[in-house]
Design a protein around this ligand. Sequence first.
Ligand code: ARG
Length: 457
Amino acid sequence: MSLWGGRFQDGSSAMFRRVNDSLPFDRALASQDIRGSIAWSKAIYKAGVLTQDEQQQLEQALQALLVKAEADTLDFDASSEEDIHSFVEATLIEQLGDIARKLHTGRSRNDQVATDFKLWTREHIDLLVADLENVKASLVGTASNNKTVILPGYTHLQRAQPVRYPHWCLAYVEMFKRDISRLRDLRVRLNQSPLGCGALAGTTYPIDRYEIASELGFDSPCLNSLDAVSDRDFVLELLFAASTSMMHMSRMAEDLIFFNSGEAGFITLGDEVTSGSSLMPQKKNPDALELMRGKCGRVFGSLQGMLVTMKGLPLAYNKDMQEDKEGLLDAVTQWHICLCIACEVIDSIKLDSERCAKAAREGYANATELADYLVAKGIPFRTAHDISGQVVLAALEKKKAIEELSIAELQQFSDLIEDDVYAILQLDYLVDKRSILGGTGIDPVTKALDAEIAQNK
Ligand code: ARG
């Protein structure tokens, strides 16, 4: 059943159906569409379009469809309907006849699809927030289990200064917290109801737009009908939130791939999240992490695609906008999968604390400490930096660490260097001296970790 046959003499071509039909993907909006229709039936009953009995029959049939939609047992494959809206309407008409033909009074698929997709987005925001909370919990878990481990911190992928492992974990917790807050912001912004806006100009029927908005959990009605039916900012914003969060996961994956490499050897990953090589029996590859990194391409692509789709559209609805769905559905699916596998990967991490500490000691990560030591003895920082650099150069030539140089060797660069220098060059000492808020010392790290644990309780 086409929803718009009356004015047409010929049917659609097969190729037109192929380009135009959206049921193959907007079937994902079935339960939202049905819930929207239940609310609409109540609104048009109150507006005098339906009798109470008609409304009840419609609602009953829609509730039965909703049960099937939620159990994923609606028979879409046998349907030749154009989209989810015509599918639901045709199914109702088959069951109820003329009563069901009244349901679309005062409504357009334009306000309908905007409503459905907002409801879908809102529900997925809630699921994704839960996914992100799980990743945070996994990071807090591995941090708590390996509280004292120290590993090198990097800039330019050069060993820079040592950091505690929980500090590394909590850096990603901060990113995922921002992802959550982005989703929560979006949830507030999108939560206005398009119903009652009709095709573009509003409806002539006396629909209580406030009531139908709250019936569907919206905070208020959209205030402009042209905007209401053609706004897809919420799609773009969710794609941006997905892209940003995938970028965070990708950076985490990149760090972990490196930590897991033969060269670093800081961590090993569980068999359950790695794969072997068909040729090289010794290999254990971090595929899950590589896919978290790799799937960014399609998610970022969907954001870009949607921006381009929207940029030239005149007000109000245009069929181009049907292209909003596949990209977002895919991005959300990939994001969800990656967040779930991220938890499994993180939970499987086993640290080699000896190798971490050894690497943290190597690479002259305590050179800044030596400079600060000289500053404490009255030397201006720039001069101290220079002296420490000369010490590093000499140590490099001797293939030694700074702390392996004798006091006589050290004093060649400054006679202010004394025996007490060896204590400040020790790994734990120099890490824990960074006790400032946000620093990597054991005190601020423990506080930050405790705060996260308390919040998750
Ligand atoms: N399948 C359409 C979409 O997703 C529904 C809205 C159709 N509206 C229209 N005026 N043809 O955008």
